[in-house]
Design a protein around this ligand. Structure first.
Ligand SMILES: Cc1cc2nc3c(=O)[nH]c(=O)nc-3n(C[C@H](O)[C@H](O)[C@H](O)COP(=O)(O)OP(=O)(O)OC[C@H]3O[C@@H](n4cnc5c(N)ncnc54)[C@H](O)[C@@H]3O)c2cc1C
Length: 382
């Protein structure tokens, strides 16, 4: 009945389902364990009539015209350039750290001196990794590098990854740059926009096709069996002769045979505030204070007339298998080796295609996930 089974309805699964239905005109079943489509990009209108992102703020940005054009088949856009402030020493200042930030955190004379040194030494509009600045012999530039590293990165990284600040190695974390410009935008990609009616509508339009059936509230293990020895796939007790496209966790697919792949998770706490606006920007990061990493105010992302506003605080935490949502893969050599063992096993099953951030154990932005899905469709599905 179905030529393809797809596990997961995030961008990886939905893009491939849409391509199979429209380009190949073949039948697809999308199996999704949550009670909605869209994976982590799912959004909905809350009780304040504000469109909120259930799994944390999602801002679309890409340099790929192909990805932007492809998504534009399913949505109109609001032009939107994302801005983020960071709460440092009691002030909210623009990040990524740039020449404007200098004047917010330092007295004017010091800011002028640092700006002059930076623009003499580095090309205007370039990005200089903190790690390079930390190696500078000039005492002023070295002071600046240490200030930015200590105030912006060290404690934020510690919170995000659950580490002690003193255990953080600048060789790994200090790759983030200072921008030698007055550009306060968070991203500099050519295409930055917000889908006019939100992300969920994109998924609804992608999957709304007579060739696509969706099964929500269903873990794939309830209806699919894998004979790992014989490398065969069974669907509802019958051997399945089509292709299985899996976008869930690769270790779960193999019953955690070699052990669990570690992730970081988040506690996401939404709050209604009884005032028109709560903060000065869509996102404010808190590198050094409080236990949350950032606060998002969704009204800025999806403008809405309302006397109230909805904010979201993100508290990073260790991922507990079967309890939490796995958000961020933890990149270590050891974890990559564990992933490679699963990947080798996956490659032995002919009609299995693994794709997406959980199956590839990689941090993908939305555009990366879409691009990868379009490539995999052309290379392995078509
Ligand atoms: C907090 C946060 C903020 C982010 N912000 C941005 C941003 O601003 N901009 C940006 O470009 N990207 C952002 N991203 C990344 C973005 O969420 C991903 O690129 C995108 O979701 C990847 O899509 P995917 O299909 O690979 O995975 P997912 O969206 O995770 O989809 C996987 C789907 O598979 C389902 N599934 C898993 N296991 C099973 C199972 N056993 N049975 C059935 N179904 C299963 C899941 O329920 C899920 O729906 C953010 C990510 C996070 C965590």
């Amino acid at each position: 009945m179905f030529n393809y089974l797809i596990i997961g309805s995030g961008f990886a699964g939905s893009v491939i389902a849409e391509r199979i239905a429209n380009i190949l005109n073949r039948k697809v079943l999308v199996i999704e364990k949550r009670n909605h489509i869209g994976g982590n990009c799912y959004d909905y209108k809350d009780e304040n009539n504000i469109l909120v992102h259930k799994y944390g703020p999602h801002l679309f940005h890409t340099d790929s015209k192909d990805v932007f054009d492809y998504l534009s088949n399913f949505t109109e856009w609001h032009i939107y350039q994302h801005k983020v402030l960071a709460f440092i020493d009691g002030k909210k200042v623009p990040i990524p750290f740039n020449l404007n930030t200098l004047y917010e955190v330092f007295p004017k004379s010091l800011a002028e001196k640092l700006e002059s040194k930076l623009t003499t030494k580095f090309q205007y509009n370039s990005k200089v990794p903190i790690l390079d600045l930390l190696k500078e012999e000039d005492t002023d530039l070295n002071f600046l590098a240490n200030y930015v590293y200590d105030k912006l990165f060290k404690n934020y990284t510690a919170k995000q990854w659950g580490l002690k600040p003193e255990d953080i190695d600048p060789q790994v974390t200090a790759r983030v740059p200072i921008c030698i410009s007055r550009d306060n935008r968070y991203f500099t990609d050519k295409y930055q926009a917000i889908p006019k009616e939100g992300y969920t509508k994109i998924f609804e339009r992608m999957l709304n096709h007579p060739n696509i059936k969706i099964m929500l509230n269903t873990d794939f293990k309830e209806i699919i069996d894998i004979d790992y020895e014989k490398k065969k796939i069974f669907f509802l007790g019958q051997e399945f002769k089509g292709k299985l496209i899996f976008t869930g966790m690769i270790d779960e697919f193999f019953n955690f045979n070699y052990g669990y792949l570690p992730y970081r998770s988040l506690d996401l706490k939404f709050e209604t505030i009884d005032q028109e606006y709560y903060q000065e920007a869509p996102v404010i990061n808190y590198p050094n204070d409080y236990d949350f990493t950032r606060i998002t105010e969704f009204k800025y992302i999806h403008p809405t007339k309302s006397d109230r506003t909805t904010i979201l605080k993100e508290y990073p935490k260790t991922y507990q298998p079967n309890i939490d949502i796995p958000y961020y893969p933890v990149f270590t050599k050891e974890n990559q080796e564990l992933y490679n063992m699963y990947k080798e096993d996956a490659e032995k099953i002919n009609d299995l295609i693994l794709i997406g951030r959980l199956a590839d154990y990689k941090y993908y932005d939305m555009d990366d996930a879409i691009k990868r899905a379009l490539e995999v469709f052309e290379e392995r599905v078509e």
